[in-house]
Design a protein around this ligand. Structure first.
Ligand code: IDP
Ligand code: MG
Length: 142
């Protein structure tokens, strides 16, 4: 509870942008009391996505994941606040949107569409180390 103010990288994935949920996701982040300190709509390229998802290379969902992530623009954001890394993961809910708890972004707004990759609306960094790496990738120099 006494950790310093943190920053986390949030992505609103192409499904969230396509479904018009950008405002709803950002509303939840702001309503929780976090500050959005960077925000951009962008079409990610293969190189950036390969770096972003390097930990998943070789897994069965890796290629469908990268294809999905470049299927349309994503919203890239940095949010700041006390324990925001853990806090945004909690707002997002678990990876599988069907089982994600109601009240979470994935639980309220996501579902399983029967596709090869889970379309679950958002990404949030999972640790301080990941947050620093991912913010550096998407916003070099920030
Ligand atoms: P996270 O986004 O909850 O941190 P990760 O395990 O880091 O989940 O996986 C990255 C993304 O890859 C997920 O958000 C989801 O879109 C997709 N994914 C992860 N595991 C699976 C799976 O078992 N089947 C299909 N897609 C998956
Ligand atoms: Mg992850």
């Amino acid at each position: 509870m006494t950790q310093d103010v943190q920053r986390t990288l949030i992505l609103i994935k192409p499904d969230g942008v396509r479904r018009g949920l950008v405002g709803e996701v950002l509303r939840r982040v702001e309503a929780k009391g976090y500050t959005i300190t960077a925000l951009e709509l962008r079409l990610a390229d293969d190189e950036l996505l390969a770096e972003h998802y390097a930990e998943h290379e070789g897994k069965p969902f890796y290629t469908p994941l990268v294809d999905f992530m470049r299927s349309g623009p994503v919203v890239v954001a940095v949010a700041q606040g006390h324990r925001v890394i853990e806090g945004f993961r909690s707002l997002a809910g678990t990876t599988d949107p069907t089982g994600a708890a109601p009240g979470t972004i994935r639980g309220d707004l996501g579902r399983d569409w029967g596709l090869k990759v889970a379309q679950n609306l958002v990404h949030g960094s999972d640790s301080p180390k990941s947050a620093a790496r991912e913010i550096g990738l998407w916003f070099p120099g920030l």
